[in-house]
Design a protein around this ligand. Structure first.
Ligand SMILES: Cc1ncc(COP(=O)(O)O)c(C=O)c1O
Length: 369
């Protein structure tokens, strides 16, 4: 059911219901015979996959009587997108919000949070997760002192993976199942592979649970940036452990409680450089205005399809549905160095032609003009 066919009560109803879009141009360039499909989450009202958990965590806390309109102050440690989702939900419902966020996260996220009325506290990026100075530590310190302060805790809140098990996963399954196979667009009519990055791990855990119930043979691939420790086996993490990575929203220095690594079949590590290359390709070949971790997800997808035995077999299977989740959009990163470098990179073939035309037309201009 498309939310666009009804008058919505408020922006909360415009959370989720995101499209599943064929990446046919990239599939062709990469020589893939399978269907490469993207779940495009920047089209959710707040701009990311995390809107869904913000809505679910607030609704559950209201039901439990933990939130009192006009009194409660929602405090949350985030890499930004959960904060934006919470600030949006709380703007509508009338709760104050304080977001604690590492320095590394973009200015755009801070500006969006402030636009929605949230307070933002920056914390040192290098602070370990269990230090009192980390975004988690500062949120806890604030909560102890602020009357009616409530931490919904995306790292431990069951409603985080549950929101994806009940919405993101079923939306993907519905789209795949209701798009019947045709000679020009063959389909197995099931989800054969799901690939997503992990931050808290809520997305990959919840989507995996929904999709494995639909197709127990579906392969779930987790993407973890080099420098993070979420991947299994642990040996994948040792070479780059502790190394800094620029990509935002994925990777951690601890295993969040809501990440069930048993629900992920295999992991891949990705680099910032590979992510930026994939971002450019999604923009230039598919017209999708996605953010950095979407690049990580696509670069991991292509690596899996090209370098692993299981992936190569899938890439050769006509009609197999390989779904990659793209968590947020470029709105969050437009002042970031990696994005500016990408847009300023080498002049396009047309720019030389334009200069020549403008130079010669200004030279031939008559004085009256
Ligand atoms: C941009 C971005 N990508 C990916 C993720 C990972 O999602 P999850 O926390 O569900 O693992 C996040 C989470 O904040 C994010 O902000």
């Amino acid at each position: 059911m498309s939310s666009a066919t009804y008058i919505l009560d408020n922006a909360l109803d415009a959370i989720g219901h995101t499209p599943l879009i064929r990446l046919d141009n990239i599939a062709r360039q990469e020589g893939l015979k399978c269907n490469l499909l993207a779940k495009v989450e920047y089209m959710s009202a707040g701009g990311s996959v995390k809107d869904r958990i913000a809505k679910a965590m607030v609704a559950a806390a209201e039901q439990e009587g933990r939130l009192i309109p006009g009194k409660s102050v929602v405090i949350e440690a985030t890499s930004g997108n959960t904060g934006i989702g919470l600030a949006m939900v709380c703007a509508i419902k009338g709760y104050s919000v304080i977001i604690t966020m590492p320095e590394k996260m973009s200015l755009e996220k801070e500006a969006t949070l402030r636009a929605l009325g949230a307070e933002v506290v920056r914390t040192p990026t290098e602070a370990a997760w269990d230090s009192p100075d980390s975004n988690i530590g500062v949120a806890q310190r604030l909560q102890r002192e602020i009357p009616y302060g409530v931490i919904l805790d995306q790292y431990g809140n069951i409603n985080n993976p549950l929101a994806h098990e009940l919405t993101t996963g079923p939306e993907i399954i519905d789209a795949v199942v209701s798009t019947l196979s045709t000679p020009s667009k063959p389909s197995s009519e099931k989800v054969d592979v799901f690939i997503g990055g992990a931050g808290t791990g809520g997305t990959i855990t919840g989507v995996s649970r929904a999709i494995k119930a639909h197709n127990p043979k579906c392969v779930v691939v987790g993407i973890d940036p080099k420098g993070s420790i979420l991947a299994l086996p642990d040996s994948l993490n040792t070479a780059d452990q502790g190394a800094a990575y620029v990509v935002e929203g994925i990777g951690y220095d601890f295993i969040p409680q809501v990440l069930s690594r048993a629900d992920v079949d295999t992991w891949l590590k990705t680099s910032d450089e590979d992510a930026w290359t994939a971002v450019r390709s999604l923009m230039r070949s598919e017209g999708l205005l996605i953010g950095g971790s979407s690049g990580s997800a696509l670069s991991g997808t292509l690596t899996w399809l090209k370098t692993t035995k299981e992936g190569q077999a899938m890439a050769e299977t006509v009609g197999a549905n390989v779904v990659v989740l793209l968590p947020d959009g470029i709105r969050n990163y437009m002042s970031k160095h990696w994005f500016l470098e990408m847009t300023n990179a080498k002049a396009s073939p047309l720019s030389g032609v334009i200069s020549k035309i403008l130079e010669s037309s200004s030279a031939t201009k008559s004085p009256q003009e």
